[in-house]
Design a binder for this molecule. Structure first.
Ligand SMILES: [Zn+2]
Length: 309
């Protein structure tokens, strides 16, 4: 009898664990890994001008000691909480299979048809919210903190190519395969596997060294000449469309290409995609800094950024 109760209780524990686990990790995992998001945010924070750096500092809670990257993954941690469940569709965009392009009006809605409910719409929304920072009263500051964290996170997500993927495979999430010797899926390969393999193979598992290499490539390296075009942004509507279009383009040419369920991806795939992953993290960081510098910088730049959105 006693054993039966223990067994029943054990089953119950497993069941509860399963429910919690599946609500946290399934059915769809959407984000650069925490490493990818942290690098994006560190790169951005290193590029902030004094006014923006100060505003970010003021918005962050004290316990992170001014380090934006410590909270960049926060939107992924809360997206299954009841209060934040509405933010779940904001981490990605589903585009029609094989279309290999992004059209805001066609693609930026959630499964219930909610307009602007995708990562491109979210970036516009939170940029717009933050642009009222100067006029905010103290009780609005709390929402401004959340707006900053969402913007920082979603600027990372929109640059992860598989976050602007095909609808039927959920951005590669349902394409199960092997990454070298372990089980993974195509979405996760771009979220995390490539970054972790690079960190292990070349940087002694230290992602801050990988981040320094990424920064070196645009401060004095192969992407230096591209920096001003990355930052080019007349208004947020045009800009988010560009970022999403770049991602689906890379997803088609490099993400999905030649990959089928059941494949094993290893050296060839890793070697030919690593520089793209590094570049997208760089672009996410550089552009996040551009937006924050304009929001918190002089008023005219802020108005230009939000014009026509
Ligand atoms: Zn995300």
């Amino acid at each position: 009898m006693g054993e039966f109760i223990i067994l029943k209780r054990t089953c119950l524990y497993f069941f509860v664990f399963f429910l919690v686990y599946s609500s946290v990790y399934g059915p769809r995992v959407e984000a650069w890994s925490k490493e990818g998001h942290a690098m994006t945010c560190k790169i951005a924070q290193n590029l902030l001008e004094p006014e923006a750096a100060h505003a970010v500092q003021m918005l962050l809670p004290d316990y992170v000691n001014g380090d934006l990257s410590a909270l960049c993954v926060w939107p992924d941690q809360v997206r299954h909480w009841y209060t934040y469940r509405w933010t779940s569709p904001l981490h990605f965009i589903d585009t029609p299979d094989k279309a290999c392009n992004f059209k805001y009006e066609r693609d930026c809605y959630d499964t219930h048809g909610g307009k602007d409910m995708c990562v491109a719409g979210a970036i516009q929304n939170f940029t717009n919210q933050l642009s009222h920072y100067r006029h905010g009263t103290s009780d609005r500051r709390h929402n401004m903190t959340e707006a900053l964290l969402f913007l920082a996170h979603f600027m990372g997500d929109i640059h992860q190519p598989m976050h602007v993927g095909f609808t039927s495979d959920e951005g590669g999430n349902t394409i199960n395969l092997r990454w070298f010797r372990h089980k993974s899926n195509l979405h996760h390969v771009w979220d995390r596997e490539i970054i972790l393999t690079a960190a292990a193979d070349y940087y002694g598992k230290d992602t801050s060294l990988l981040q320094q290499d990424i920064e070196g490539n645009f401060t004095d390296g192969i992407w230096t000449d591209d920096l001003s075009s990355w930052r080019d942004c007349d208004n947020m509507f045009t800009c988010v469309n560009k970022y999403a279009a770049e991602s689906i383009n890379i997803a088609c040419k490099w993400g999905y290409k030649g990959v089928e369920s059941g494949n094993t991806l290893s050296d060839d795939y890793f070697d030919s995609r690593l520089s793209l992953v590094m570049k997208r993290i760089a672009q996410g960081g550089v552009r996040l800094a551009m937006i924050l510098n304009r929001i918190f910088g002089d008023g005219q730049q802020q108005e230009d950024l939000m014009a026509a959105t």
